[in-house]
Design a protein around this ligand. Structure first.
Ligand SMILES: Cc1ncc(COP(=O)(O)O)c(C=O)c1O
Length: 414
């Protein structure tokens, strides 16, 4: 079956990039991918932002081969890798985050966090607050936090506040702080779920002044903070966690993408008093069939060992400066808008000339030209998203950026 026949058997819900510019990859090394039609790519997608160490990392593979020969799933009895991983997580996360649970997907960790909050918060204070334009996953509970519903879904009664980006004007930020203070005053809100740097529909780096004021409001009113670090945690933005760019002290943290370097393992970390609260903390409630399976734990441990040893967060910050200087060469036109960049995480919106409406058609053409010239990245509706491995070399990064800039200039005629 060729790729086009294969696509006919997949649902129309698979990604836009795959549907428009399909490829099959048979090999990868570091930030490079190789397709079946013998093309080499610089990979700016890192498998949907997951491979922080790049593809087929030797140390992780070596440890995995050993783990494969041990039992794969002994439920949550597991093995020594988990205790070593917990030691690592204790170093990477803030001190007060002292208890962890392991799951298989980001959405599952978010769902667990919601359940924990609803169990921990006193009756009468179980209303949650979320950011407008948030994205927290695709399962029903997580989707309910996104502020968008598919037809047929019931909209949950979460409070929603605007989270202004760093480019907002002072008066827009003032207005958002006043609104947040007003909304959070309702007496029923016990927790806020937030991404301090939002992923999707673009990259929104939320204003420092807004976030720091929000943290003060939450402290004053004893509103718990649940930080969704699924996408931006573990070095992607130049710090271990994106909330460290702000004066935030979250009570719960969900992190995922970088943890297993592409393998599905995710974690929810929190204060012991919260995760052990009843009935949430009742034995059996925080385990799942595959969550924290032995292979996942082995991969997460070796990934975290390399992450720490090679100081990849610092590296992302340094390489982010190259991205920043290269992106400034893209003259700002109505068609191209740099949505946001931080560390090794950035997004570019592609608009049609006239109105400021995202253009799928133009974005697909840019994506196709990049693919032809050897650059692979994630394409959402009208939006180009980039998050290469944190181990990418400077020359690979520059080479990929040059392909991207050429394709944008070629297709938009700037
Ligand atoms: C911020 C954020 N939260 C939650 C999720 C959901 O994770 P998953 O797709 O593993 O369920 C994602 C996935 O992209 C995400 O970016």
């Amino acid at each position: 079956m060729n790729i086009y026949e294969e696509l006919k058997q997949l649902s129309s819900g698979v990604s836009l990039g795959l549907q428009c510019n399909p490829k099959r990859f048979y090999y990868g090394k570091g930030a490079r991918l190789y397709s079946e039609d013998d093309q080499e790519f610089i990979d700016f997608s890192a498998g949907m932002f997951t491979n922080i160490l790049g593809h087929c990392h030797e140390y992780v593979e070596e440890k995995l081969i050993k783990a494969i020969k041990r039992p794969w799933n002994t439920h949550d009895y597991s093995n020594e890798d988990r205790s070593r991983l917990l030691e690592k997580l204790q170093i990477i996360t803030p001190k007060h985050i002292d208890t962890f649970e392991f799951y298989s997907t980001g959405s599952e960790s978010i769902e667990a966090g919601i359940k924990c909050l609803l169990s921990f918060l006193p009756p009468g204070r179980r209303r949650l607050c979320v950011f407008k334009n948030a994205f927290h996953g695709k399962t029903l509970g997580a989707r309910g936090l996104n502020g968008t519903c598919l037809s047929g879904e019931r909209a949950p009664n979460h409070a929603v506040i605007e989270a202004p980006g760093e480019k907002s004007t002072e008066s827009e930020i003032d207005r958002a702080i006043t609104e947040a203070s007003h909304v959070l005053n309702d007496g029923r809100i016990g927790a806020i779920v937030l991404e301090s740097i939002q992923n999707g529909p673009s990259v929104n780096i939320i204003s420092k002044r807004f976030m720091n004021s929000l943290a003060d409001i939450c402290r004053e009113r004893d509103i718990k903070i649940f930080a969704d670090e699924i996408c931006v945690g573990l070095g992607r933005t130049g710090k271990n966690f994106a909330f460290e760019h702000y004066n935030l002290k979250p009570d719960l943290i969900a992190f995922a993408k970088g943890l297993g370097n592409g393998y599905p393992i995710t974690a929810l970390g929190g204060r012991r008093a919260m995760l052990n609260t009843y009935p949430y903390g009742k034995p059996g409630n925080a385990s799942s069939t595959f969550g924290g399976n032995a292979l996942g734990l082995s991969i997460a441990l070796s990934t975290m060992e390399v992450y720490e040893k090679e100081k990849l967060g610092i590296r992302a910050k340094k390489l982010g400066k190259i991205v920043e200087s290269k992106l400034t060469t893209l003259r700002s036109t109505p068609q191209v808008k740099i949505m946001g960049y931080i560390g090794l995480f950035w997004a570019i919106g592609i608009f049609n000339d006239s109105a400021q409406i995202l253009s799928d058609e133009l974005a697909i053409r840019i994506h196709r030209r990049c693919q032809e010239n050897g650059l692979h990245f994630v394409l959402f509706s009208g939006m180009l998203h980039f998050a290469p491995a944190l181990t990418i070399t400077e020359s690979e990064l520059i080479f990929g950026l040059d392909i991207l800039i050429e394709a944008i200039k070629f297709e938009t005629g700037i």
